[in-house]
Design a protein around this ligand. Structure first.
Ligand code: AMP
Length: 186
């Protein structure tokens, strides 16, 4: 069953690849960033709480993100699989995810680490139209990635389910690389 974690720096293509995989595998795409952006657009309590973090390219506090993911993973549509995009982003989030999954008797099948050089990341991010894709905010998000998120790789390197994927190619090529990495996954 596909229970996949898409990992990588901002601009690596996690969202695009997660959406394609979600269509192909018919499992929900869970993007913490998308959930926050919807909450902000709806001006909900959650949206008001997280808006500044997103605007500044900072991480939303772990407890807020973990509570939200706990909620999402308690919904019935995740029974047949899921694709996490943008979570976990800190070591405590990775530990919390292990805990959450064991509470529902699930486990992840693969962590797909999309690798893209920093120069290409910046080029891609500057080409998008998102509010947090200004040059200053991009620099901050890359800094946060290096400081807080990259260490999560060491956490997953302890297991055997981490797969590195070269993400510096056209979307379709990266998708087929991911498909090979997840084919036959139980
Ligand atoms: P993304 O769409 O994944 O690039 O996320 C956009 C923004 O949402 C990030 O820059 C953070 O401010 C926030 N965010 C998304 N996921 C997380 C997470 N797992 N932990 C903390 N903040 C997050």
């Amino acid at each position: 069953m596909a229970r996949l974690i898409l990992f990588g720096p901002p601009g690596a293509g996690k969202g695009t690849q997660a959406a394609a995989l979600s269509r192909q595998l018919k499992v929900p795409h869970i993007s913490t960033g998308d959930i926050f952006r919807s909450a902000i657009a709806a001006r909900s309590d959650l949206g008001l709480k997280v808006q500044n973090y997103l605007d500044e390219g900072k991480l939303v506090p772990d407890v807020v993100v973990i509570d939200m993911v706990r909620d999402r993973l308690s919904q019935p549509d995740i029974a047949e699989g899921w694709i996490l995009d943008g979570f976990p982003r800190t070591v405590p989030q990775a530990q919390a995810l292990d805990q959450l999954l064991s509470e529902i008797n699930q486990d992840y099948s693969r962590v797909l680490n999309l690798q893209v050089s920093e120069a290409l990341l910046i080029e891609r991010l500057l080409g998008r139209q998102r509010k947090d894709d200004t040059e200053d905010v991009i620099q901050e998000r890359l800094r946060v990635y290096r400081n807080d998120t990259a260490p999560v790789l060491a956490f997953y390197e302890q297991g055997t389910r981490l797969v590195n994927i070269d993400g510096a190619a056209d979307v379709e090529i990266v998708t087929s690389r991911i498909q090979s990495a997840v084919s036959g996954v139980e």
